[in-house]
Write a protein that binds this ligand. Structure first.
Ligand code: ATP
Ligand code: MG
Length: 447
């Protein structure tokens, strides 16, 4: 026991050894990444900057992904040229001023993010009352830029000209050992930017790394700091997490780390209902498989699944209070989205997609007359139908309903008509009274 403790302490001390400012320059014979592995645009952007005498490297996630044989999602370039200088090198480039000034360079179909090396964080950098850094756009050296990055595996610089990797923080070794290690003191780094806690979980899940205990330990206690992060940034990060192709694993780890509470305020409640948990996990598993197969996924569909069981609960409550089913559903939808909007800046477009999918659900109940035909023609039929399949698979509704819609949508002509469930005489009479003009004027059930 004591021996174990001593080993642990000495290991921790060993890690804290001050890192020399001289980076390791690792040749391709050792790391294996060739310039042909980069996208053409990444090579061209680095080349153009270097031709003008600037330094330029591929940095961050792309280098990390290439090292483990993954296909980079996008490319970030780091340079010693200022944003203005970068812009002047390219025909299609614009400076975007977010928290840090970045230049978007459009090259063919690709957009690359080019950032100027960032300087060390000034002592008087503007922070909020919890220590979150609000502004910093000071330029600096490559070494300072490396120290400002979050994890050692994200602080690797690849030079396409020499095919070497510049490694200031033993990132290549950490990646080999499958460790996600924070650069600097984890508590201080989380305080500066609490989103790093989410990044830790996401990157660990996505890359199959384990979070170094020193970086993992403070997360539970510091999780509440996420409440001060602007909603739009949380939404971006959640979206990255949920569309990483490893959402199920990420969510499990978020729960283990106690991080899910502030993010989707209702998610913990949902995950505690067996049916809700099953539904969410099925949906995420589905999404993961789509992402890994290189298919597109829609944020609207994703959030619609995450929040559906909350809608169901509110819908039920409002109906119990005497409201009619369809108006009750619409009230429930607005309530759920409003609650979420406070924490997650769900954009208006995504919110509209979510509502479309939810509003279609009661319409799948109609399997007689012309209504099923009208639903097939609906612009969002496919999304609504996919959602229906998940509901059936999770046990929320009868499988038979989903199977019927599968058969109905696949059949044609008379075969399709034969599937319709005969209307009862009573219903027919009511319909005729309501719409003397004939069956064409079907009003959608959910409007
Ligand atoms: P992926 O693109 O696969 O999601 P990534 O690591 O490339 O992962 P980006 O958000 O594209 O993530 O960031 C690019 C790089 O910028 C990171 O690799 C890291 O070096 C740095 N970075 C991003 N976010 C932070 C942060 N919150 N704190 C410090 N450095 C960061
Ligand atoms: Mg990236």
């Amino acid at each position: 026991m004591i021996r174990k403790f001593i080993t642990r302490v000495s290991k921790a001390l060993g890690r804290r050894k001050p890192l020399s400012h001289e980076p390791a320059i690792i040749p391709h014979q050792q790391h294996g990444v060739r310039r042909e592995h980069l996208s053409g645009a990444a090579r061209r952007v680095c080349g153009a900057l270097q031709e003008k005498g600037y330094k330029a490297f591929v940095v961050g996630g792309a280098v990390r992904d290439l090292l483990i044989g993954e296909h980079p999602k996008d490319y970030d370039i780091a340079t010693d040229a200022t944003p203005e200088q970068v812009r002047s090198v390219f025909r299609r480039a614009r400076i975007i001023g977010r928290r840090f000034q970045i230049v978007h360079v459009m090259m063919g179909a690709e957009t690359l993010e080019v950032t100027t090396f960032r300087g060390a964080l000034a002592h008087d950098a503007k922070k909020d009352e919890h220590g979150r850094v609000l502004h910093d756009n000071v330029f600096g050296s490559q070494a300072e830029d490396a120290a400002r990055r979050d994890f050692t595996v994200n602080a690797l610089y690849y030079d396409p000209a020499s095919e070497t990797i510049v490694d200031y923080h033993h990132g290549v070794a950490d990646l080999k050992q499958k460790t996600l290690r924070m650069i600097g003191e984890p508590r201080a780094r989380y305080r500066e930017d609490p989103v790093r806690m989410l990044r830790a979980v996401r990157l660990a899940a996505k890359l199959g790394l384990s979070i170094d205990p020193e970086a993992a330990r403070p997360i539970r206690e510091m999780a509440p700091l996420l409440e001060n992060v602007p909603a739009a940034r949380l939404f971006d990060e959640m979206l990255k997490l949920l569309t990483s192709g490893h959402a199920v694993n990420c969510l499990r780890q978020l729960r283990d780390a106690g991080l899910h509470h502030g993010l989707l305020p209702l998610l913990d409640v949902i995950l505690e209902q067996p049916l809700g948990e099953r539904f969410v996990m099925l949906a995420l598993d589905n999404t993961d498989r789509r992402v890994r197969a290189g298919k597109s996924i829609s944020p609207g569909f994703l959030f619609a699944t995450l929040l559906w069981h909350e809608v169901l609960a509110q819908w039920e409550r409002i109906k119990q209070n005497g409201e009619r089913p369809i108006p009750a559903l619409f009230i429930a939808m607005d309530e759920v989205l409003d609650t979420q909007a406070e924490k997650l800046a769900i954009t208006r477009r995504v919110a509209a997609d979510i509502k479309d999918i939810w509003a279609l659900q009661p319409r799948f109940e109609a399997r007689a007359g012309r209504k099923p035909y009208a639903l097939l023609e609906h612009q969002r039929f496919r999304a609504g139908y996919d959602f229906l399949l998940l509901r059936a698979e999770s046990g929320e509704i009868a499988k038979e309903v989903a199977d019927w819609w599968t058969r109905f949508s696949e059949a044609e002509g008379e075969d399709r008509a034969a599937l319709l469930i005969p209307e009862t005489g009573e219903k027919k009479k009511r319909r005729r009274r309501r719409k003397p003009a004939g069956p064409r004027g079907d009003a959608p059930a959910a409007e």
